[in-house]
Design a protein around this ligand. Structure first.
Ligand SMILES: Nc1ncnc2c1ncn2[C@@H]1O[C@H](COP(=O)(O)OP(=O)(O)OP(=O)(O)O)[C@@H](O)[C@H]1O
Ligand SMILES: [Mg+2]
Length: 241
């Protein structure tokens, strides 16, 4: 049987038929403001709070205090306590860029991971990570090496990706093929605000619900309404008529 890592977001774990495949790497894709960072914070926070699993948060966008503020403002009150006692380890951009060249920083980080006892990892964001590589080949080679080491270190990883869910208008990046899963967060404007949706487009080795489900962001984080499938990307094919 395939072992799973629960996100702790009930509706999302339902759509995933239990959770994310353990030791896999999943992209969390979506446009700015779609909720990628919140999902990732919640994944790491729930790991500690609900499942006694330690987490690592690599952030190229925000520093440690920004992350703390983001976590506390969404209601993850014990975030800093977990950081202080080592259950959550934050590597922000200052730490990640402390060596002269980026891959040296990463190699140091990977060594630390290999003998660590962490279960979950977040990389926010892949776009920033990729900026440090000069060409596609180098990027691809390093990304493969990186995901392999994460997996071998017993980590189940989420990587955020600034990619909208509209195909074929958006070019499908290489990273989509290198990773095991792809979760899209989608937001559409309404008269009063936004409607938010989640779509699990791919999860290797796992039977998933591929419909698109409504979700909300509020105090306490993301909530997915698993019983209210909004629509299906496959509806035309599946339609009996
Ligand atoms: N307490 C809250 N209640 C309701 N919505 C909130 C709350 N806190 C944040 N949000 C919403 O969450 C969104 C931000 O989500 P998040 O920072 O995770 O986006 P993102 O996908 O990481 O964006 P970016 O690509 O810019 O990093 C905001 O647009 C805001 O509308
Ligand atoms: Mg973000």
């Amino acid at each position: 049987m395939i072992e799973q890592t629960k996100t702790g977001i009930e509706g999302l774990d339902g759509i995933l038929n239990g959770g994310i495949v353990k030791n896999s790497t999943t992209l969390v894709s979506g446009n700015p403001g779609a909720g990628k960072s919140i999902l990732c914070l919640q994944y790491i926070y729930n790991g500690v709070e609900k499942y006694d699993e330690k987490g690592i948060y690599l952030s190229f966008e925000e520093d440690e205090s920004d992350l703390r503020e983001a976590a506390e403002s969404i209601g993850f009150e014990n975030w800093q306590e977990h950081v202080d006692n080592g259950d959550i380890k934050v590597y922000d951009k200052q730490v990640l860029l402390r060596e002269n060249d980026f891959t040296s920083s990463l190699d140091i980080l990977l060594e630390e991971l290999e003998d660590g006892d962490y279960d979950r990892l977040v990389l926010d964001s892949l776009a920033m990570f990729e900026l440090f590589f000069e060409n596609e080949k180098e990027k691809r080679t390093y990304l493969l090496k990186f995901t392999d080491i994460l997996s071998d270190s017993g980590l189940t990883t989420l990587m955020t990706n600034e990619q909208g869910a509209v195909f074929p208008d958006t070019e499908i990046g290489l990273e989509n093929y290198l990773t095991d899963g792809n979760i899209y967060l989608i937001q559409t404007p309404t008269d009063t605000g936004v409607n938010r949706y989640v779509w699990v487009a791919k999860m290797r080795k796992q039977n998933i619900e591929t419909d698109i489900y409504p979700m909300e962001i509020s105090h306490g984080g993301i909530d997915v309404h698993e019983n209210a499938s909004a629509f299906s990307m496959m509806s035309e094919e599946e339609s009996p008529i």
